[in-house]
Design a protein around this ligand. Structure first.
Ligand SMILES: Nc1ncnc2c1ncn2[C@@H]1O[C@H](COP(=O)(O)OP(=O)(O)OP(=O)(O)O)[C@@H](O)[C@H]1O
Ligand SMILES: [Mg+2]
Length: 442
């Protein structure tokens, strides 16, 4: 049973169905991408513990996979005590959905380096100002309960503090009272390490590490990602900035990424894929890795694994294998980490809606899908909002940078409208951090 059945849930449902597993998709709105696919589906508000329990008791699932954060956690804790299997555990799900608990876990329990941070209360603006002073400018003010960049703002000087407080209060999930103020890390690249904890053939839990994938976020939301066979093409700097590839430095960066991820996922425990968001900075002949966040489920940036890996070994396939107790191939590297190599260089690029509304139409599919090595995924969401992710392009190419360019070009061929609006393209939506269309609004 998937609690949340968006585009990431949908891919997991496909992987489960490939293995003959019966699936149930629960979401808050009708015709969510995964609901159109699952054997059965329910539309409920999962914050309502009573409704959630009713559906779970009726279906009596062998595995419950929380896919979103708007879920009654108390109910999950109770159900786990009663013997239901929550992936990876109610506790890990509870920790990963809130920044403070996550920060404490990453920096104190896992003892991983993070940005400097201080907590403050938006009802006491002076406490926020004092926290910004303490951390130093620039810093990032983030609501404790929020995601996808909502409720977060970069603060460059004391003048920005009031706006950051207003943004946290307005966009947070919940009251927006509590905020974390983080030092702004000037990283060279940002990665997700999709570590998977699963049974080996003796029934012991081991961790397998796909190569790190790089990604670009715009206003705190995923916009593109890339993964390659030779990490020197994109570590420790973005592919367009790695002019002189340095195999040794890239190897060290990858090693630090594995070490950091292992520490974090060992504390979280259980069987699952974990999307560990890390900041990477070159430091002479070594790399420094900062822990940012972790999600106990497939990660949006990991959509790139639909093409970089064999279909049953994408992040979605890995997750289903791990939770169901099936094997995952891998080999030990020189440092003793169990690794899983990609089979292609690939990159992803999102397709965002330029409009609010229903009756969403798409144009430019012929040009996009006709490109060699390009795969288009339209999620089929029934309703669009400005900036909502409606689809993604994943492209393969001989190099990571070429894949990144190709995914961007292909995604920017797609135009959209909702109802009777005029057609609008991706280039009118966003061009920051782009390699091909980047000149305009940099
Ligand atoms: N301390 C920081 N220094 C530099 N950049 C940061 C920092 N914190 C966040 N960012 C940038 O903002 C992006 C979004 O921040 P973060 O991942 O913490 O929250 P979020 O994306 O809102 O949450 P979620 O990933 O759960 O949707 C990061 O991926 C990174 O690009
Ligand atoms: Mg994040």
């Amino acid at each position: 049973m998937f609690l949340g059945a968006g585009e990431l849930g949908q891919e997991q449902i496909m992987e489960a169905q490939r293995l003959g597993i019966e699936t149930v998709a629960v979401d808050r709105y009708k015709n969510a991408p995964g609901q159109r696919l699952a054997d059965r589906h329910y539309v409920i508000n999962m914050r309502d513990g009573k409704l959630l329990r009713e559906v779970i008791e009726k279906e009596d699932p062998d595995v419950i996979i929380p896919e979103i954060e708007a879920i009654s956690l108390d109910t999950l804790f109770d159900l786990e005590k009663e013997g239901f299997y929550i992936v990876p555990s109610a506790k890990a799900t509870h920790t990963a959905m809130q920044r403070k608990r996550l920060r404490e876990l990453i920096s104190k329990e896992a003892e991983v380096l993070t940005s400097k941070y201080v907590y403050a209360n938006t009802n006491d603006p002076d406490s926020v100002r004092a926290a910004c002073e303490k951390v130093g400018y620039p810093c990032v003010v983030k609501a404790i309960q929020s995601s996808s960049g909502l409720g977060s703002m970069d603060v460059h000087s004391p003048k920005d503090v009031d706006e950051a407080i207003a943004k946290a209060k307005k966009e947070a999930r919940g009251s927006g009272e509590e905020v974390i103020i983080e030092e702004f890390i000037k990283f060279d690249t940002e990665v997700t390490e999709l570590a998977v904890r699963h049974f080996d053939d003796s029934g012991k839990i081991v961790t397998t590490f796909p190569n790190a994938l790089g990604h670009a976020q715009i206003e705190g939301d995923y916009h593109s990602s890339w993964m390659g066979m030779n990490v020197a093409e994109y570590l420790p700097r973005n592919p367009e900035n790695t002019r002189d590839m340095n195999d040794e430095l890239a190897y060290k960066a990858q090693k630090r990424i594995y070490e950091t991820t292992k520490k974090i996922t060992d504390v979280l425990g259980g069987r699952s894929i974990f999307g560990c968001e890390l900041f990477v900075k070159a430091d002479g002949t070594d790399a420094v890795v900062y822990g940012n966040e972790v999600a106990c489920r497939p990660h949006d940036t990991g959509l790139v694994t639909l093409q970089s890996h064999m279909n049953t070994l994408s992040e979605f396939g890995l997750h289903i294998r791990a939770v169901c107790g099936f094997p995952i191939p891998g080999e030990k590297n020189d440092d003793g980490f169990r690794v899983l190599k990609p089979v292609a260089n690939a990159a992803s690029h999102v397709i965002l809606s330029p409009y609010d509304g229903h009756e969403v139409s798409y144009k430019g599919l012929w040009d996009c899908m006709g490109m060699e090595g390009v795969s288009l995924k339209i999620f089929g969401k029934p309703e669009a909002h400005v900036g909502r992710r409606m689809g993604v392009v994943v492209a393969t190419a001989p190099t990571v940078l070429e894949a990144k360019r190709k995914a961007e070009i292909a995604a920017h061929k797609i135009m959209m409208k909702a109802g009777d609006n005029p057609w609008k393209g991706q280039t009118e939506m966003e061009t920051r951090k782009h390699v091909v269309y980047g000149a305009k609004r940099q």
